[in-house]
Design a protein around this ligand. Sequence first.
Ligand SMILES: Cc1ncc(COP(=O)(O)O)c(C=O)c1O
Length: 445
Amino acid sequence: MNLNQENDWVARSLQHVWHPCTQMQHHETVPLIPVSHGRGAWLFDMEGKRYLDAISSWWVNLFGHANPRINAELKDQLDKLEHAMLAGFTHAPVVELSEKLAALTNHALGHCFYASDGASAVEIALKMSFHAWRNGGQTEKQEFICIQGSYHGETVGALAVTDVSLFREAYGPMLQRAHVLASPDARLAEAGETAADVALRAAAALEAKLQERAGKIAAVIIEPLVQCATGMAMHDPVYLKRLRELCDQYQVHLIADEIAVGCGRTGTFFACESASIWPDFLCLSKGISGGYLPLSLVMTTDTVYQAFYDADVRRGFLHSHSYTGNPLACRAALATLAIFEDDKVLQKNRVKAEFLNTAFADLKNDVRVRHFRQQGMILAFDAVVDDAERAATFSRRFFAAALKQELLMRPIGRTVYMMPPYILEQDEMSLLAHKTRLVFEEVMA
Ligand SMILES: Cc1ncc(COP(=O)(O)O)c(C=O)c1O
């Protein structure tokens, strides 16, 4: 592939592809990278230049690009069944996946409802909660609580419980209002306060709201342990524990959006396990298919399931997507779960997370770095940039400088983060730390 052909792909893409989460005009100055192929933690462009995928291609890829084991499973599945509708039919991949996931929660969440993207799973959880209360005669429970800085996706229902102004500002009038309560973000600690103190303070604010309005509240939705899209805001697990207690006490559902933090990202398979709790609804997507195919799902309890189980069709959950429970996507997920089990991934990730932390030690101690933090295979820090204009362009400048160093990184504001695939080897982690340092120096100069 020569340079002209590469430029051709870029030009053709800019002509006809409307890229996501992008001000298209920025591509007049910001490069668009035409990807030719991927291997392991690396993406290759059409000139043969490589990029270490330090953010797992938007947090989806767990075991590398073109993973031979997932590829083999998918090839096998392709010759059996590519798709069949899930209403009135079922198939082995969806049954096996649901059984395995239920077992991973010790059957606390024994029912899986499928969709394709993360936002759809959030929509499903919100609708299911609302409808479950309604079926139980509690028709007043129509409101939702989310947390400051929350991000749950960009469809209209999910955006209503999202508190990132960049994404919701333009659509405010379209969205049903949710209650937005204090964040347990450990960075909010005042002098002398621990992360647990901040978490309990935020939980107290939640309790005050529940005391006032529990009869009207269907559910609280949270991103357990790490609010990723707002800038990797991390909190103490005591927050989750307290939330579970409060939701039980005030008869409100707890929705755990584990779309970004599930599948081992924070150290345990489900982030909620860090607090030894189960929510009423757990949303999964992204990593569950190993980063291969769009798959999302909502896991829920027998109690919720039974609230819909009835002779009357209208009491059922009449929600569907064409690709619900797609066999290929489920098979990719089964292959992903098999890798977790066979390769003792959670155990190995503990060692990798420690190595990553050590590799970044010099940045951790840099005076231009604040709030260096880590939760499992997510490592983040905030760059101190006082000049407003430079702060506003930090992320874009960092992205461009990172590309020159063969890194795919997209800071959120001034928060630089790593969320790499779990297959990263020690030499790749050292390289990542070394090159991040070079990029940081260039961008901060
Ligand atoms: C916590 C969380 N919820 C929901 C979503 C939305 O998922 P999707 O982009 O697949 O719709 C995301 C995506 O980043 C997420 O991080």
